[in-house]
Design a protein around this ligand. Structure first.
Ligand SMILES: Nc1ncnc2c1ncn2[C@@H]1O[C@H](COP(=O)(O)OP(=O)(O)OP(=O)(O)O)[C@@H](O)[C@H]1O
Ligand SMILES: [Mg+2]
Length: 590
C-alpha cells in the first residue's frame, strides 16, 4: 500500500468519495453552513457598523445618543449571533466528524476481518492499524474543523476585500499593495511547510514502528543483552524526529512573523495614506478605523490557510489509503446458499483427492496429496519441519484454497459448501494458541452463548477443570494480552475446551511443540483423548503418545504421502517413519 504518500495533491475523486460520508449528516451540514454564513456576516458587518456609527452619530453636528444606542444594540446582537453561530457550527461538524470516524473504523474492521489469511499474512499489522487509527483520525479532522474553517477563511478574505472597496476604493488599493508579496510568501511557505510536515510524519512513523517491533521483541533483546544497541538505534531515530520537528518549527517561525510584518506594514500604510486622504476630506475617520479592523481580519486567515491546506492534503492521502484497503477484495470465495447442517449423526468423513498447492508460484509445497479419514477416525500426520503439515491443516479448514485437486467432506467438495457451514463443521486448534485479553469464559465462548454448566462440562472433558479449580475466580479469571499469565500447557487446555464447547464434527489439531511440565502433560494427554473421541480428526502430531494413539499415521515427505499405516506397521517397514521416529524420540525401532 502507498505508505509513503503522506501528502497528496487535490484529488477530486477521493474528495468526492470522502464527502459522500457526510450524507447521513446532511441536516447538520446544512445548519452548520448557515451558521457559517451568519459568522462571516457578523465578522464583516461589525467594522461597517462602527464606521457608520462614528461618521453619522459621533462626528455629526450633534452627537445622536439614540443613534448610538441603536448601534450598540446592533453590535451586541451581531457579536452574540456570531458567538452562537460559531458554537453551533463547531459542535455540529464535530458530531459529524466523530460519527464519520466511527463509521469508517467499523467499515474498515469489518472489511479486513473478511479477507483471506493470504492477504492478512502479507500485510504488515502496523499498516492496517495505522489505516484504522491515524488515517481515519486525519479524515475526521478534515470534516470537524478543516473544511469549514478553510471555507470561512477564504470567504472572509474575499469579503474583506469587497468591504474595503465598498468603503473606499483608493484606500482599498493601498491596503492591497501588500497582497502580492503576501501571496508569494504564502506560496513559498506552503512548499516548505509541506516538505517539513511530510518529514515529521515519516519520522514519527519510523519511531512508532521501531517502538512497537522492539517492545514486542524485548524478550529477544534481553536474552541477547542487546539493550544498549537498541537504545542507540532508537536514539538515532529520535534525533531524526527532533531535527524534523525543529525544521518544521523553523518554517513556521519565519512565516508567521513575516505575515505579521506585512499586516503591520499594511496598517501603517492605511494610517499614512488614510490620514492624508482624511485631511483632504475624501476619507472619513469612521472609514479609517474600519479599515484598521479589516486589515487585521484579512491577514489572520492568511496565516492559517496554508496549514489547513496541508491538513486537507494529508487527509486526502489518508483517504486514498483507506479506500485502497476498502477496495482490496481478497476473500476465500463463498458459494453462499442455504446453510443446512451436514448430516453429522454418523460423523463426517474427509477426503483429500490429489491436492496440489504452493504459496508461491513455482515452489510447490504439496504435490498431489491423497488420503481419506473415515468418520470418527483419528489420523496423525508426521514429517520433517517445513514438509507441509500445517499447510494440510490450512487447506482442510479452507484458510487457503488448493490449486488443484479436491477436499471433500461427507463426499461434498468443500468449495461448494457455504463458508459458514464449513467453519462450523471443521475447526482447527493452531500450533500457537491465541488468547485474547478478557476472562477464560470469554476465550472459550468466543461470543457464543453458553451456560456455566455447559462451560464447566466442557472444561471437565478437556481436563481444564483442575486448572480452573486452582484459580480463585475460575472461569472469570482475567487473562492478560495473549494469555501470558498462563503457562503454555494451560493455554493448550483452554484451546481444547473451546473446541469441545463448540463441538465441531471434524477437528484439525496442529499440536504444540512447546515442552510442558509433566503434570500438565498428563492433563493434556487425557484432555486430548477426550477431545478426539467421536470426532473425525487430523492431528499433526509431535508427541509420541498422540502418534501412537492415532488410528492411522500418514508420513509426509517431498509434498506427498510416502508411508501410511499404524505405528507398529510403519516401524516394521523400517522406512522413513522408523528413521524419523528414531531421530525424534531417540528410541531404537526394536
Ligand atoms: N504463509 C506462507 N507463505 C509462504 N510460504 C509458506 C507459508 N507458510 C508456510 N510456507 C512454506 O511452506 C512450507 C511448508 O510449511 P508448513 O508450515 O506447512 O510446514 P510444517 O510441516 O507445518 O512445519 P513444522 O513442523 O515446522 O510446523 C515451508 O517450506 C514454508 O516455508
Ligand atoms: Mg507446522
Amino acid at each position: 500500500m502507498n505508505e509513503d504518500k503522506i501528502i497528496k495533491g487535490f484529488d477530486p475523486i477521493i474528495m468526492k468519495r470522502l464527502v459522500s460520508y457526510l450524507k447521513p449528516y446532511r441536516m447538520q451540514t446544512i445548519v452548520a453552513s448557515a451558521a457559517l454564513i451568519v459568522l462571516i456576516l457578523s465578522e464583516l458587518l461589525v467594522p461597517v457598523i462602527i464606521q457608520y456609527s462614528i461618521d453619522n452619530h459621533i462626528l455629526a453636528e450633534t452627537v445622536s445618543v439614540s443613534g448610538l444606542r441603536t448601534d450598540s444594540i446592533m453590535l451586541m446582537i451581531l457579536l452574540a449571533g456570531g458567538l452562537a453561530a460559531s458554537f453551533v457550527q463547531v459542535y455540529l461538524m464535530s458530531v459529524a466528524g466523530q460519527g464519520i470516524m466511527k463509521t469508517l473504523r467499523v467499515e474498515l474492521l469489518e472489511h479486513t476481518a473478511g479477507q483471506s489469511l493470504a492477504f492478512l499474512g502479507g500485510t504488515p499489522v502496523g499498516s492496517l492499524v495505522t489505516r484504522i487509527t491515524n488515517d481515519v483520525e486525519t479524515i475526521s479532522e478534515l470534516f470537524s474543523t478543516v473544511i469549514m474553517t478553510l471555507i470561512k477563511n477564504l470567504l472572509v478574505m474575499a469579503g474583506v476585500i469587497g468591504v474595503l472597496f465598498y468603503l473606499n476604493v483608493n484606500l482599498g488599493l493601498v491596503t492591497l499593495l501588500t497582497l502580492p508579496p503576501a501571496m508569494i510568501i504564502t506560496l513559498i511557505f506552503r512548499g516548505r511547510a509541506r516538505t517539513a510536515y511530510r518529514r515529521v510524519r515519516e519520522k514519527i512513523s519510523a519511531v512508532n514502528s521501531f517502538l512497537s517491533e522492539h517492545i514486542s521483541g524485548m524478550k529477544v533483546v534481553q536474552v541477547f543483552a542487546r539493550e544498549a544497541a537498541v537504545q542507540a538505534l532508537f536514539d538515532r531515530r529520535n534525533s531524526e524526529l527532533l531535527t524534523a520537528d525543529f525544521s518544521e518549527m523553523y518554517v513556521f517561525a519565519v512565516f508567521r512573523p513575516l505575515i505579521s510584518f506585512l499586516s503591520t506594514f499594511s496598517l501603517a500604510a492605511v494610517i499614512y495614506f488614510g490620514a492624508g486622504l482624511n485631511t483632504r476630506g475624501t476619507v472619513t475617520l469612521g472609514v479609517l478605523i474600519a479599515f484598521l479592523d479589516l486589515v487585521r481580519k484579512f491577514f489572520r486567515p492568511l496565516q492559517q490557510i496554508s496549514e489547513q491546506f496541508t491538513i486537507m492534503q494529508s487527509a486526502i492521502a489518508g483517504g486514498e489509503r483507506v479506500f485502497d484497503l476498502l477496495d482490496t477484495e481478497d476473500r476465500i470465495p463463498d458459494c453462499g446458499g442455504a446453510c443446512t447442517d451436514l448430516d453429522s449423526d454418523a460423523g463426517i468423513d474427509l477426503c483429500f483427492d490429489d491436492v496440489r498447492f504452493s504459496y508461491k508460484d513455482g515452489e510447490p509445497v504439496l504435490r498431489g496429496v491423497s488420503f481419506e479419514v473415515a468418520a470418527g477416525e483419528t489420523i496423525a500426520i508426521v514429517g520433517y519441519t517445513g514438509s507441509g503439515k500445517t499447510t494440510i491443516a490450512n487447506l482442510a479448514a479452507r484458510f487457503w484454497d488448493a490449486d488443484e485437486g479436491r477436499i471433500l467432506f461427507a463426499g461434498l467438495d468443500s468449495r461448494k459448501l457455504p463458508l459458514a457451514l464449513l467453519r462450523r463443521t471443521v475447526q482447527a486448534v493452531q500450533q500457537d494458541v491465541f488468547l485474547f485479553s478478557g476472562t477464560i469464559r470469554d476465550n472459550i465462548a468466543l461470543g457464543r452463548d453458553f451456560s456455566d454448566e455447559q462451560l464447566l462440562a466442557a472444561a471437565e472433558t478437556s481436563c481444564l477443570k483442575p486448572v480452573l479449580d486452582r484459580l480463585d475466580t475460575g472461569l472469570d479469571h482475567e487473562l492478560s494480552e495473549g494469555g501470558t499469565n498462563l503457562s503454555g500447557g494451560q493455554r493448550q487446555l483452554i484451546a481444547f475446551t473451546r473446541v469441545i464447547a463448540h463441538d465441531p464434527p471434524v477437528l484439525i489439531l496442529d499440536e504444540a511443540t512447546a515442552s510442558i511440565d509433566t503434570e500438565t502433560e498428563k492433563l493434556i494427554q487425557a484432555g486430548l483423548h477426550n477431545l478426539l473421541r467421536d470426532r473425525t480428526a487430523i492431528v499433526i502430531a509431535h508427541r509420541l503418545s498422540t502418534i501412537r494413539d492415532a488410528d492411522r499415521i500418514l508420513v509426509l515427505g517431498s509434498g506427498r504421502i510416502i508411508e501410511s499405516g499404524t505405528h507398529t506397521e510403519l516401524l516394521e517397514l523400517k522406512g522413513f517413519y522408523s528413521n524419523l521416529y528414531n531421530l525424534q524420540f531417540g528410541l531404537s525401532a526394536d
